[in-house]
Design a protein around this ligand. Sequence first.
Ligand code: NAD
Length: 280
Amino acid sequence: MGTLDGRVAFVTGVARGQGRSHAVKLAEEGADIIGIDALADEPTVHYPLATRTDLDETAELIEHLGRRAILSRADVRDLPALIAAVDAAVASLDRLDIIVANAGIFSLGAVLDIHERTWQDMIDVNLTGAWHTLKAAVPHIRAGGRGGSVIMISSGAALMPPPGIGHYNAAKAGVVALAKTLAQEVGPEFIRVNCIGPGNVDTPMIDNDVTRRLFMPHLEQPTREDAEKPDSRYVAVNALPVPWVTPADVSNVVAFLASDASRYLTGLVVPVDAGYLVKK
Ligand SMILES: NC(=O)c1ccc[n+]([C@@H]2O[C@H](COP(=O)([O-])OP(=O)(O)OC[C@H]3O[C@@H](n4cnc5c(N)ncnc54)[C@H](O)[C@@H]3O)[C@@H](O)[C@H]2O)c1
């Protein structure tokens, strides 16, 4: 018996990283999975995004658990494509109970130096894309009349914004505002809306040379081993002596927020951050 037996979840950015981990965890708890991913690199993003192979691997992991996976290519900036993907999958799986608005990008730039394209891509993907996800999917939860759970992946950066990524901080703070607003609007239908604010999470978003240089500008070629050293800045920003959490650590909280164990929790931002916020 899983905590989510018989339920259906929609996860964006499902091909790899946290999105894959959330989808697999929800499937372990009994949910069937609808998922989308853009499967395309972004010119303003300094690391490669997910591929078709990544998406296929996620589908295999879910199906290996005996759950159904309807995963397809769609960009969260494209509202008609999102609606088409979710409508078709819900028609096949009959219901929707859980949404994980997870897809996101990361790029760098001081507030006064950010290129307009970089700014716009960030807002379009991380903020407008999250809103599109709600527009495409919440009506299906509503139509079921059983209530449900919406989980939006924000960031610790929304609550305690570090320098050098103002556009990211602003987009993720917008996600928190959106979630808290929607929580009030759909609360009467027992649809709950919460955010998770991860600290650094060990995914390709931070495990790359450019992001490492943001944290360790004094090193010319900072490595993953440098980041993991006890005196590294990755470790120094957290209360607990770790450089990052794993996707599974975030997925455990996603599964809790998706389940009835959290049935009266709504409008919250739950940090999964090894004490990043408390340390500031
Ligand atoms: N990694 C971290 O340190 C960290 C910290 C806090 C919050 N987050 C947030 O967690 C979420 C997941 O990131 P991750 O760490 O797994 O990184 P990731 O890069 O491994 O995964 C992001 C996924 O989103 C997909 N994606 C990107 N743009 C898309 C678009 N326009 N439409 C559809 N899919 C798109 C990518 O292809 C990829 O599969 C993001 O919202 C990110 O901002 C990450």
